[in-house]
Design a protein around this ligand. Structure first.
Ligand code: V47
Ligand code: SF4
Length: 378
């Protein structure tokens, strides 16, 4: 028997995919509702191979979470605490420098920097943070601050979002990560993250950031109380903004981890849901170049499989992930370059080490640029 799809409803969608016709909201729902995971994956792999062939990207990066003190206290977050609580921390510049220096012999070329909304910092802390990182690691790119932090920074600075971004850019900001959108539903926001910026503001900030010349990523937090309709609407809102600005680089589905949160009764996401979110993102987000399988959240093993379900990027080495591990993630806290390359190669893809902007640095373990492998901070 030679059947491509176990679910006949997927055939019509595949016809559209092959012709490059944009999928509708209804198509998105069919994809989420079907039990034919491999059918969805096959379509996503078709699109993935058209864009990226057999290449799979990763970045040599380091995460810095400068504070876990946050006044928003979203219900799904196990990372944030109040000022004065046990374990509350804020890193001043000497601590930031110490953490960068601890890895200075490694060829880190991206710093991923995010933190909570601290109630008593001033704007200079943030420009100082970027300047410190650029001084210690002049060749690395800085991907920092979510849309939620930018909203807060523009209030601290008293400047518009555009002006705030221009000041941060001058201090060293190269790109922004995609966190903070969660799922763009007012119903879910009211229940889980009422103090966080709403969907309209998140999109408005992203639009202003893109127009100021800073690319960003986008994410979706799934596997809590959101409906399938809300997931599809979230993807469509991102696709519409991407049509306007072209400023999104990658989309990253984030699998909810409930341990140590107010939602600890909720079960973990399963492999079916994790792979579907990757594949459906690849199919719905026809104007996004990159779909990341974030191994921290879905485990190294499933991230390898995800490369055949539409993902083309495994994010990075990370070195000390905190946000998901506080919520019970069982993945490693960081991986080596060899780990990343082995994961990709063993899945049948070609490992391509990239920088923040997807410039190729190494292909299958061989340097392809004059990128200096060591001594970034020297
Ligand atoms: O904004 C918080 C989410 C995000 C939990 O842009 C949780 O390259 C799961 O945005 N379970 C931060 N998720 C992570 C993030 C990210 C990660 C990797 C790459 C990029 C990128 C961005 O994590 C938060 C929030 O949406 N989050 N708590 C939790 N318990
Ligand atoms: Fe604060 Fe972000 Fe955690 Fe929400 S998800 S409580 S904004 S650190």
């Amino acid at each position: 028997m030679n059947r491509l799809f176990r679910d006949d409803a997927l055939k019509k969608i595949y016809d559209k995919v092959k012709k490059g016709i944009r999928l509708s909201r209804e198509d998105g729902l069919v994809l989420y509702k079907t039990r034919d995971l491999n059918g969805v994956g096959r379509m996503a792999d078709h699109v993935r191979r058209q864009r990226h062939g057999n290449d799979a990207f990763y970045v040599y990066n380091q995460h810095l979470n400068y504070t876990n003190i946050c006044k928003n206290r979203c219900l799904f977050c196990a990372y944030a605490v109040d000022e004065g609580d046990d374990g509350a921390y804020l890193w001043h510049m000497d601590e930031i420098e110490k953490r960068l220096m601890a890895r200075i012999e490694e060829p880190v070329n991206e710093l991923h920097i995010v933190g909570g909304l601290h109630p008593s910092l001033d704007f200079d802390y943030f420009t100082g943070l970027l300047q410190t990182v650029k001084r210690v690691r002049p060749n690395a790119k800085i991907k920092a601050f979510t849309s939620v932090e930018i909203d807060y920074l523009s209030k601290l600075s008293g400047l518009s979002v555009k002006e705030t971004i221009l000041v941060l850019k001058e201090a060293g900001l190269d790109m922004m990560p995609g966190g903070g959108a969660e799922v763009m539903s007012e119903r879910v926001r009211k229940k889980l993250f009422p103090k966080k910026v709403n969907a309209q503001r998140w999109l408005e900030i992203m639009e202003a950031v893109h127009r100021a010349g800073i690319p960003t990523n986008a994410t979706m937090l799934y596997g809590h109380i959101e409906t399938l309709e809300e997931r599809v609407d979230h993807l469509i809102s991102l696709r519409e903004l991407q049509d306007k600005t072209g400023g999104f680089s990658a989309f990253i589905p984030l699998a909810f981890h409930s341990q140590n949160t107010a939602l600890s009764h909720l079960p973990a996401t399963n492999a079916m849901d994790d792979l579907k979110n990757i594949a459906i993102a690849r199919l719905m987000l026809d104007n996004f170049d990159h779909i990341k399988a974030y191994w921290v959240m879905i485990t190294e093993k499933l991230a390898q499989v995800a490369l055949a379900y539409g993902a083309d990027d495994l994010d990075g080495t990370i070195i000390e992930e905190r946000i998901t591990h506080e919520a019970g993630a069982t993945s490693a806290k960081g991986l080596t370059r060899d780990d990343m390359e082995r994961m990709i190669r063993d899945s049948g893809f070609v490992p391509v080490e990239r920088d923040t902007f997807y410039n190729e640095l190494r292909r299958d373990g061989v340097l392809t640029t004059d990128y200096k492998d060591k001594g970034h901070g020297a």
